[in-house]
Design a protein around this ligand. Structure first.
Ligand code: NJP
Length: 235
């Protein structure tokens, strides 16, 4: 399968979890993938371009996007995936937790678009996919600050759709419920919590991103929501 043959994708938070699975799926479909994370780790993807990048730092993201274009010759797809979460009663969250969610999830998304968009506008078929959350579509209990950061991502993506659609850039929010990764471990999740068993896998989300990216160019998916069957629906 080579539906993305020759396209270049930059994925933030690609050292593990959903970002790594997405990079693997896109590479499997023929894309050249650039992997951004603080560790700069490549989770075993042949031909990938992995580089250290902290999404809290606009200059770091700019350097990542520019280096990707130098390495692969262009940029067609941005996956805004790097994210952190801390769950619990609002007053139990530390100031550091609040700041980190805003820095990584909100500023990191804005900086990623700022760094990648000049390159995406040079592509004749560009996409921005934001790995947001169900927490970006409704208020969830004990996730207030995380919800605030994910509503910001969904708002950013919806607004960019209006601005960029006619310039050839499709913008999509992918909004999962629980996914069994390292996410929020020690910040509201523990490795032994029974809910993990019923959660979706990182590969489930990666396949959804691939589905979004491989739709014919005459239409676009604005938002796609996924939830494990074991998880309550809030209506
Ligand atoms: O998280 P995890 P997921 N700069 O912890 C990187 C959303 N989501 O894959 O920097 C650059 O396994 C980190 O790498 P490193 C969630 O909000 C999840 O589950 O080397 N990179 C790693 O590669 C998030 O937006 C669930 O430590 C930074 C990656 O980010 C996205 O899915 C549910 C960074 C995190 O891997 C991926 O989450 C939902 C920084 N400053 C939405 N900080 C869920 N798992 O249940 C971290 O609805 N990274």
């Amino acid at each position: 399968m080579s539906m993305l043959q020759g396209r270049v994708a930059l994925i933030t938070g690609a050292s593990r979890g959903i970002g790594a699975a997405t990079a693997r799926a896109l590479a499997g479909a023929g894309a050249n993938v650039a992997l951004a994370s603080r560790s700069g780790a490549n989770p075993g993807i042949d031909g990938a371009f992995a580089r250290t990048c902290d999404v809290r730092d606009a200059a770091s993201l700019r350097a990542m996007a520019d280096a990707t274009v130098d390495h692969f010759g262009g940029l067609d797809i941005l996956v805004i995936n790097a994210g952190v979460g801390a769950y619990g009663p609002f007053l139990d969250l530390s100031l550091e937790d609040l700041d980190e969610m805003i820095e990584v999830n909100v500023k990191g998304a804005l900086y990623a678009v700022r760094a990648a968009l000049p390159h995406l506008l040079q592509s004749d078929a560009a996409d921005i996919v934001t790995i947001a959350s169900e927490a970006g579509r409704r208020g969830l209990p004990y996730e207030a600050a995380y919800c605030a950061s994910k509503f910001a991502q969904v708002g950013l993506t919806r607004a960019l759709d209006h601005e960029l659609r006619e310039r050839g850039v499709r913008c999509t929010s992918v909004c999962p419920g629980g996914v069994a990764t390292d996410f929020a471990m020690g910040h509201g999740r523990t490795p032994d919590m029974p809910q993990l068993a019923g959660m979706m896998s990182a590969t489930d989300i990666a396949e959804t991103v691939l589905f979004v990216l491989t739709r014919p160019r005459n239409h676009r998916i604005l938002e796609i929501a996924l939830r494990p069957v074991t998880e309550t629906s809030w209506g």
